[in-house]
Every structure is written in structure tokens, then in C-alpha cells.
Design a protein around this ligand. Structure first.
Ligand code: SF4
Length: 341
């Protein structure tokens, strides 16, 4: 059985069960003019083009795709670092795209981010205690001793000794710095973390430790995660569900185990082939990998944006954009191989 559109069960009751519900989110950036002169038509970079998804408390949604697919723009829109062109972002049932002043400040307490390079988000001139305490000083009226207790608590939660509060960021390894960044993100009343390539720069063994830490924290605190990465294998391991984007559009979304067992969209198959070659020693095994450069979101290909690189492309793929359908089992997919009727 197939259905069209998202979500199938929309409504207040549906939204109340979710930490975040994103509907038809669009972000277009001005990309100059198509010709010389002020009368020439404007061009637009379609960074995010009608994307819908949701995340429940205690759930991790993985978001993958190559550079330029729109995943970092999605992060900025959710963090309210950018305003959407159109669409809706509802957090715990409340629309957040129009929040201002104190309400926006309160929202930013609840939704925090951890980025790929913790060094850039940790001031080198501040001690770890002060870095983590900063959010409490800005957003709460905690006393000095309350702040010390809370900072010590989150350092312990992140697997660090409270003693490290007197040290500076340069005195830590990359994995420890990421633990500090996680402690900083958790120090307020955090309900959701946007993890933007948060383990991508770490060595494999350290990466595994941070993934375990994130899973343990989620189990203990019930926080929702949006994990953004380019490596589908790592994301599928960390996430409950995975969403694949290409040139601003959602191509496929399903449970992680289903992705690992049976990727269906030709682009997802190509990402998996790149992440998990059938023979690890065979570097020439590129049969399923995309066969051309990623086009620009300034002038995406007509029809299905993936058609110039798709090994399964049909004639109408270059002229008709595939409608999103929901397959039995709940997988959402946008591809003419899975028509709506
Ligand atoms: Fe390939 Fe056509 Fe599906 Fe696009 S719609 S992924 S071109 S088969």
C-alpha cells in the first residue's frame, strides 16, 4: 500500500508526541542575476526545497547527503540562525519560525548544537568551567555555588572529572574537547541537540566512545537528536531513522535497520556502496557510486535532480519530478521506480 504526502497522521495529537515537526520547509538564497544589468532576472539557490520530517523525544534522526544537499541549512533553520523562506518548524507543539525576544531566548535554551570542530566553539582564553557556565550566567539566575554544582554535574555526565574545570581547551585531546562541547550543550534545560558532523573529525576508536556517550546520555535524559553526517554507515549506526537529502530535497526516509538491510532509492544505494564497498580491498568497486559531479543547487537538473547521475534513470526522469510516496512499512521515497499508483 502506498500513500502520498507527509505526515499521514498530522494533527495536534501527532505534534504533541514529537519534539520537533518540520513541514514543507523552504530556504532559497539569492544567487545573483542571470545576466548583466539590474533588469536581469534573479537566480535563487534552492538550498532546502519543501522538506518535512519529525523527531520524537529520545529519538535520533540521521540526516545524510553530499555537500550542498541542504543538511547544514536545515541545522541553521532549526537553530534559528537563518529564517526560512516558507514552511513550518514546530518545537513541542509551538511554531518557532516567528519567535522573537524572550521566547526566542527560551527556545535557544532548549535546542543546542554540537559541531564538528569543538575547538572553534570553545574559547581558548577561557577555562572549561567558565565555558560551560556561560549559558547558565546568561539564561538563569543561579548563584555561584549552584553554577559550580551544575557544571560539575554535566562534566561528570559527559565522562569528565569535575577537576578539569580549571584547565583550558588546548590541554585536552580532540575526543575530550568534544566531551566538553557536549557538556556545554547540556548545561541548560536541553530537549534537543543538533549534532552537525559531531564525530566526523575524530579517530575511529574515539568516535566509537563519543557515539556510546551520546547514546547513553539520550537514554538517561530522553533528548531528541538530529545527527547530520556525510557517512551513511556511521549515521545508520547512531540513528533510529535516517533521512537522505539531495540538492535540497528529501529522497528517502526510513528506520536505520531498514536502510542497512534494503536501501531502495538509487542515490541511497550509491551512498551505501561508497560507505561499504562489497570488497573492502577492492578500491575499483565503484559500480553503484554516483557517476558524475554533484550539480549546483543554483540550477538543479530538471525532473528528478539525481537523473544525470542515476544508473536507473528512465526517459521521463529528466522532465518529471517524482512525487513522494509512503511505502508499506512507512518508508518515504521520492523516485519514479516507486510510483504513487
Ligand atoms: Fe533515478 Fe529516475 Fe528514481 Fe531519479 S526518479 S532516482 S532518475 S530512477
Amino acid at each position: 500500500m502506498k500513500g502520498v504526502g507527509y505526515p499521514q497522521s498530522a494533527g495536534p495529537a501527532f505534534e504533541e508526541q514529537k519534539t520537533l515537526v518540520v513541514k514543507d520547509l523552504v530556504k532559497h538564497f539569492p544567487g545573483g542575476r542571470t545576466g548583466l544589468g539590474i533588469g536581469a532576472p534573479k537566480q535563487w539557490v534552492r538550498a532546502v526545497d519543501g522538506v518535512s520530517f519529525d523527531i520524537a523525544p529520545g529519538e535520533t534522526l540521521g540526516l545524510v547527503g553530499e555537500s550542498g544537499c541542504g543538511k547544514s541549512t536545515i541545522a541553521k533553520l532549526i537553530l534559528r540562525l537563518e529564517d526560512p523562506t516558507s514552511g513550518s518548524i514546530r518545537f513541542q507543539g509551538r511554531e518557532v519560525t516567528d519567535l522573537k525576544g524572550q521566547e526566542l531566548k527560551t527556545y535557544r535554551r532548549s535546542v543546542q548544537a554540537v559541531f564538528q570542530d569543538p575547538y572553534s566553539s570553545l574559547s581558548p582564553r577561557m577555562r572549561v568551567h567558565d565555558i560551560i557556565a556561560e549559558g547558565l550566567r546568561v539564561h538563569t539566575d543561579y548563584s555561584k555555588s549552584d553554577i559550580r554544582v551544575r557544571v560539575n554535574d554535566v562534566l561528570t555526565l559527559a565522562g569528565l572529572s569535575p577537576d578539569v574545570g580549571r584547565l583550558y581547551p588546548h590541554e585536552f585531546s580532540g575526543g575530550q574537547r568534544q566531551r566538553i562541547a557536549i557538556a556545554k550543550a547540556l548545561v541548560l534545560d536541553t530537549k534537543m541537540l543538533v549534532l552537525d558532523e559531531a564525530v566526523s573529525a575524530l579517530d575511529v576508536s574515539i568516535r566509537a566512545q563519543i557515539i556510546t556517550l551520546l547514546k547513553d546520555l539520550q537514554q538517561e535524559l530522553g533528548i531528541a537528536y538530529l545527527y547530520i553526517g556525510h557517512d551513511l554507515a556511521t549515521v545508520a549506526h547512531l540513528a533510529n531513522r535516517v533521512m537522505v537529502m539531495y540538492l535540497g530535497r528529501l529522497l528517502e526516509l526510513d528506520e536505520s535497520v531498514e536502510f542497512v538491510r534494503d536501501p531502495k532509492h538509487p542515490y541511497t544505494k550509491a551512498l551505501f556502496a561508497a560507505a561499504l564497498p562489497s570488497n573492502p580491498d577492492d578500491v575499483s568497486d565503484t559500480s553503484e557510486q554516483p557517476n558524475a559531479e554533484v550539480p549546483t543547487a543554483l540550477s538543479p537538473p530538471t525532473g528528478c535532480h539525481f537523473h544525470p547521475r542515476c544508473p536507473d534513470a528512465r526517459e521521463h526522469c529528466s522532465t518529471q519530478f517524482p512525487e513522494e510516496v509512503t511505502l508499506s512499512g512507512g518508508r518515504r521515497i521520492s523516485c519514479h521506480l516507486y510510483p504513487s499508483r
